[in-house]
Design a protein around this ligand. Structure first.
Ligand code: ZN
Length: 300
């Protein structure tokens, strides 16, 4: 009798354990958006939002609590979160999401990065020592990450494995059609120069065939200085850019100054999916990026 009761209790507990949604801590909104595609039943939170520089955020207590409860952390890696994730991991003391554990997924480990420096001098503010970590701006790499993330979810939650793989395949099919559509809409941008601040959009330029002819930052991670801006201005005078591009979290003043001097538009592009509205999904966000770039090439 007792053993039968125990067996019933054990079975009930097992069912409850499987019925619990995965708790997923995303370091950036693009990975939270991808998790929502692959694991719509998961409880997902994002440590950062579109108006924050993911290189630099504060390790708030709320984030420690979220990481402590997480079954999986999905982050960019390549040192993007070097200034805050290790502290969160230490304070959260959750063995599941420590380095080398399957509960810690780094997107940068799934793809080849661009912008790997031959020499690194961190004292000069070089925050891209392992290469450019802003890889989610390339929809092809984003798809590679999605495939790897679906497998990681399947590993952590074997009962859901067929569903994760199926959702990935359905999404990838749609995503490839979307990529072809974006590329054909953006064909007129190919070969055009842009000036940007930081290499946040380097993968987007490479995908669409745009050229970043100058950077408002003297080095990755260092703020624009008046002397450097003057150099940028003299460099771009002979070949005016399509636009001066900043992310929506950067101080607009340097970009506004250069836009005034060159008579070219200043674009504040969202560097990741937005918190609400049509650009709150990966699809909607890429559509918005293309729309904004095309708006700069249309004479007003
Ligand atoms: Zn960066």
């Amino acid at each position: 009798m007792v053993s039968k009761c125990l067996l019933t209790l054990f079975a009930a507990t097992t069912v409850v354990a499987h019925a619990q949604p995965l708790r997923i801590f995303a370091c950036e909104p693009e990975w939270a958006a991808l998790v929502r595609v692959l694991a719509p039943d998961a409880e997902v939170s994002s440590a950062t939002h579109v108006l924050q520089d993911p290189h630099h955020i504060e390790a708030r207590p709320a984030l420690i609590g979220q990481l402590r409860r997480a079954d999986l952390a999905v982050c960019t890696g390549a040192s993007l979160e070097a200034g805050w994730l290790p502290m969160l991991q230490q304070r959260a003391a959750n063995p599941a999401v420590q380095m080398g554990k399957p509960g810690l997924f780094f997107a940068a480990e799934q793809v080849k990065l661009i912008g790997i420096p031959e020499q690194v001098d961190r004292s000069n503010g070089d925050v891209h020592a392992e290469g450019n970590p802003h890889l989610h701006l390339d929809p092809h790499r984003l798809q590679e990450v999605a495939a790897a993330l679906a497998e990681r979810l399947a590993h952590l939650d074997p009962t859901g494995a067929p569903a994760y793989r199926q959702r990935y395949l359905q999404w990838a099919d749609r995503w490839q059609q979307r990529m072809a559509g974006w590329q054909s809409r953006a064909a007129s941008l190919r070969g055009q120069p842009v000036v940007a601040q930081h290499s946040s959009f380097a993968y987007l330029w490479a995908w669409l065939g745009l050229r970043q002819s100058a950077d408002l930052e003297p080095k990755p991670g260092l703020p624009p200085s008046p002397g450097h801006l003057q150099q940028v201005l003299s460099r771009v005078r002979s070949e005016l850019p399509l636009a001066v591009v900043q992310t929506s979290y950067q101080n607009p003043q340097p970009g506004e100054w250069l836009a005034r001097q060159t008579g070219r538009p200043l674009l504040a592009l969202p560097a990741t999916v937005m918190s609400e509205g049509p650009a709150a999904t990966l699809d909607g966000w890429f559509t918005r990026l293309i729309d904004q770039l095309l708006s700069a090439s249309t004479p007003s």
